[in-house]
Design a protein around this ligand. Structure first.
Ligand code: C5J
Length: 238
């Protein structure tokens, strides 16, 4: 059992093989100039600030050999999975599927739809392309989690109040124990991020828990020390 100090109370991990890190939509479309986020009129600087922290958590999970999932918001090139309401929404000059600075906007396989270089997935990590804001909608995320016996999800990524929150709510309704890393998630609107953190952990953790990257990294390292001692003791007694 690993206990992570969190709000509204400690988050308990029964076993490390039940937990996965979920990195939501850290793709060029949202974090680089000329992508969907900027086209919608947003300032991308807010989002870029979390990249080193997400990387630290990713490295901790990689180091421990734990499960890692990346998601990507994007559509088929014929837009058959993009509802007309999503396509029409907004008054920007460029829309989903139009040619932007990084290829066609929010289309799977285009350069802008790649995960940013700092967080490129390794071959053993699962990448879930998704047409919606939530990562459970029209994807195989749930079956992948079930196959691996995952019950606990630790969330990072962007944007806090859109794809991160939508996915956490979907996961919560499906019975997953969800923890959001406060300094590893970002919004183009800082006050929306703050409100989302408060909403998630209100009412005794109605959607889940929130904590900081330091608490997670420390908790996973403490567990490693513990395992190290157990191994040493076992060896000593053989
Ligand atoms: C948005 C996302 N904001 N990943 N997508 O359209 O949050």
């Amino acid at each position: 059992m690993v206990s992570i100090p969190a709000q509204p109370y400690d988050y308990e991990l029964p076993s490390l093989d039940r937990v996965a890190l979920v990195i939501i939509d850290m793709q060029r479309d949202f974090l680089e100039s000329g992508g969907f986020g900027e086209v919608l009129g947003n300032e991308i600087g807010q989002l870029r600030q979390i990249v080193p922290t997400v990387r630290q958590i990713l490295d901790t999970f990689r180091d421990r050999g734990l499960s890692i999932f990346h998601t990507l918001e994007g559509h088929q090139s014929d837009l058959s999975d993009c509802p007309p309401s999503k396509l029409k929404r907004g008054k920007s000059q460029l829309k989903i599927g139009d040619l932007g600075k990084m290829g066609r906007i929010l289309i799977l396989g285009e350069p802008g739809n790649e995960i940013i270089p700092e967080l490129q997935p390794l071959p053993n990590e699962v990448v879930i392309p998704k047409p919606g804001k939530g990562a459970f909608y029209q994807t195989n995320l749930r079956s992948c989690l079930q196959q691996q016996g995952i019950t606990h999800l630790i969330f990072t990524g962007v944007t806090t109040e859109v794809c991160v929150q939508t996915t956490m709510r979907e996961a919560n309704d499906r019975g997953y124990e969800c923890l959001l890393v406060e300094d590893a998630t970002a919004s183009y609107f800082p006050k929306f991020k703050q409100s989302t953190l408060e909403m998630i952990r209100a009412q005794g953790g109605i959607v889940g828990w929130t904590t900081t990257s330091n608490q997670i990294i420390q908790a996973l390292s403490l567990d490693r020390d513990l395992e190290g001692k157990i191994t040493t003791n076992n060896r000593a007694s053989v």
